[in-house]
Write a protein that binds this ligand. Sequence first.
Ligand code: HEM
Length: 194
Amino acid sequence: MDSRCAAASIPGISIGPPTRKWGRLYNPHMLTHGFLGYDASFMLDFVVTALAAIVPILLYSLYAVKVQRRYLLHRNLQIILGITLLVAVTAFEVDMQFIHGGWRNIVNKNPESPRLTGAEFEHVSRVLRVHLIFAITTPLLWGTTLILALREFARTPVPGKHSQLHKTLGWLSVIDIVGTSVTGLWFYYVAFVA
Ligand code: HEM
C-alpha cells in the first residue's frame, strides 16, 4: 500500500484534491488582485493593512513610555514595530519591482483599457512622490533611532544621558511614520478606491 492510501485510511484524515474550503482560503486570484476588494495586489493590500495597524500600536507605545513610564514595554513594542516595518517594506518592494515590474502595472493591469490616464494618472504620480519622501526617510530614521536607543540605554531601559537625543529622534520618527502611513493610504485611495 503506498503512503497516500495509508494516510487516506486513517479516520479523519483525507488526502486528495484540495477541498472547496481550502480553495477559498488559498486563491491565486488574491495574489494579483489583493484581498481588500479594490483590485490592487496582495502585497499592496498587506502593506496598507500593516501601515494602518502600526499607528495605534505606536500611540499605545508612546502612552506607555510618557504616561505609564513603562520603558521596557515601550522598547519591546518599538522593536516589534521596527521588524514589522522592515518585513512589510522589503516584501512589498520585492513584489512591486520584481513580480509586477512597477506600480504602473498594478494600477493599469490591463493595458488595453488602463484604469488611470492623463490628468488622473499625473495626480496619482504626484501623491506617490509625496508618499515616497516619507516612505524612504522613515526606515533610515527609524533604524537610527532604534539602534542608538538599543546601544545607549541599559538592557532594562530607564531615562539617562541618551534621553534628550532619543526624544528628538523619537518624535521625528513618529512624525515620519505617521506621514508614511497617511500618504500611503492616500495613494491607495486615489489609485484604487476613488
Ligand atoms: C524607532 C523606535 C523608537 C521610537 C520612535 C521611540 C520614540 C520615543 C519617544 C517619542 C519618546 C519621548 C516620549 C516623551 O516625550 O516623553 C521616547 C522615550 C523613551 N524611549 Fe523610545 N522610541 C523608540 C525606541 C526605543 C528603544 C529601542 C528604547 C530602549 C532601548 C527606548 C527607550 C526610551 C526611553 C527610556 C524613553 C524615556 C526617555 C525619558 O523620558 O527620558 N525607545 N521614545
